[in-house]
Design a protein around this ligand. Structure first.
Ligand code: SF4
Length: 399
């Protein structure tokens, strides 16, 4: 498998005992089968302790938390299993966190989850736009031919979106461009029209296209801007993973009505590009997942929504403290990630909620007039009626 990974990936070093928020607290570790079997047969006091703690939950062995912390985390914030037996004796989850691999047959994307404070720091302190490396990963089974075509078309689209994000236009314009690109790709993707996807991406990769895009920022039919307060309100209905999250969200909700565009600009301060990299990070985690449900527009809305919520949290924090720092933004990104990215239920619910906010509302929020490019239909947001299925007329033999 050929994998894409962020340029700073190999710079990651776990902070271990110096970590301000160890990943060994707040959620319980699910043991892979090999590790569970190893612990079942481990002799000595540590083996006995492990077997005394392990419980079977829905067919999987877990290490339940003891007072919100892994029972094997010592007072210095270090893992007792790692200390006694070495890293290889820890579970796959423990060994790999915060590394996440999304496999798409012979290609894959690797990310460092920003729920980890050190991963968030590396992302936000990365100089310049987010860039990626390619390396060989483990051998995997290739997808069926139709999914391969969808994956390859989406991969080109993902690279195009990352290229747009790395451009020199103001951040709000670049975010809007990625959203519009996804809107243009949605119908051809749902129809399995790979050529149309390729043509669209080629147009967006043209060097003069950003200028052409801005030229079209002319007409502004009335549209209500996306309501970030409502998004924060929706987030407060989701499952809570950390106790400190609801007060943070409530403070943001009550600050939002008092924040003007100028406040947002001041709150962004020197950190505007950090939000561009956050968007790039979210895209690298979720964009390609449209291979499975053909819903690329909803994936981009999810990425944009997460980025916008982080902007709102940052602005609320700026209003409360009168200053903004990268360290504060890193902390907020980690907290949001822990609440949303580490809960499949929360993530899926948020994607569904954000999908109902029209593109025009996001553009209006960003201060970007709704645009209609010749020959495109971004405002219609035509979607596949067959969510998650191959469209009719795309049998395997035909591709
Ligand atoms: S959250 Fe990150 S830095 Fe902290 S202990 Fe876990 S892997 Fe290490």
């Amino acid at each position: 498998m050929r994998v894409t990974l962020p340029r700073y990936y190999h710079d990651f070093r776990c902070l271990a005992g110096a970590c301000p928020h160890t990943c060994c607290a707040g959620w319980e570790v699910v043991l892979d089968q090999d590790t569970a079997r190893y612990y079942q047969s481990l002799p000595g006091p540590l083996g006995e302790e492990l077997r005394g703690v392990m419980v079977l939950e829905e067919g999987e062995w877990c290490l339940p938390l003891a007072g919100e912390r892994c029972p094997f985390l010592d007072r210095e914030g270090l893992c007792r299993i790692h200390r006694a037996l070495g890293e290889a004796a820890t579970s796959v989850t423990c060994r790999s966190h915060p590394r996440f691999v999304e496999e798409y047959g012979s290609r894959g994307q690797v990310a460092l989850a920003i729920s980890c404070p050190e991963a968030a720091r590396l992302l936000l302190e990365e100089p310049g736009p987010l860039t990626f490396l390619e390396e060989d990963g483990e051998e995997t089974e290739e997808l069926d031919p139709w999914d391969c075509r969808a994956r390859d078309a989406l991969w080109t689209a993902w690279e195009t979106a990352q290229g747009v994000l790395a451009g020199e236009e103001p951040l709000a314009v670049r975010l809007a461009m990625v959203l519009v690109l996804a809107g243009q790709l949605q119908s051809p993707l749902a129809a399995g029209d790979w050529e149309a996807m390729e043509e669209t991406c080629a147009l967006w990769r043209r060097r003069d296209f950003p200028a052409a895009f801005e030229d079209y920022l002319a007409q502004r039919p009335p549209a209500a801007p996306a309501d970030l307060g409502a998004v924060a309100g929706f987030l407060s209905t989701l499952e809570v993973l950390e106790e400190s999250w609801p007060p943070l969200l409530a403070a943001c909700e009550s600050a939002l009505p008092h924040l003007s565009r100028e406040d947002y600009a001041a709150a962004l301060g020197e950190g505007a590009e950090e939000y561009g990299r956050l968007m790039g990070y979210f895209l690298s985690r979720y964009f390609l997942q449209a291979v499975w449900d053909l819903e690329v527009l909803s994936k981009v809305k999810l990425c944009l929504g997460l980025t916008a919520v982080l902007g709102a949290l940052g602005a609320a924090d700026w209003r409360a403290r009168g200053e903004t720092t990268s360290a504060a933004r890193q902390d907020l990104a980690s907290r949001l990630s822990r609440e949303i990215e580490h809960s499949q239920e929360n993530l899926a619910a948020l994607e569904e909620y954000l999908d109902h906010i029209p593109t025009e509302a996001w553009l209006e929020l960003a201060g970007i007039p709704v645009i209609v490019l010749p020959g495109t239909h971004i405002r219609g947001e035509v979607k596949s009626e067959k969510r998650g299925e191959r469209p009719a007329g795309a049998p395997l033999a035909a591709v």
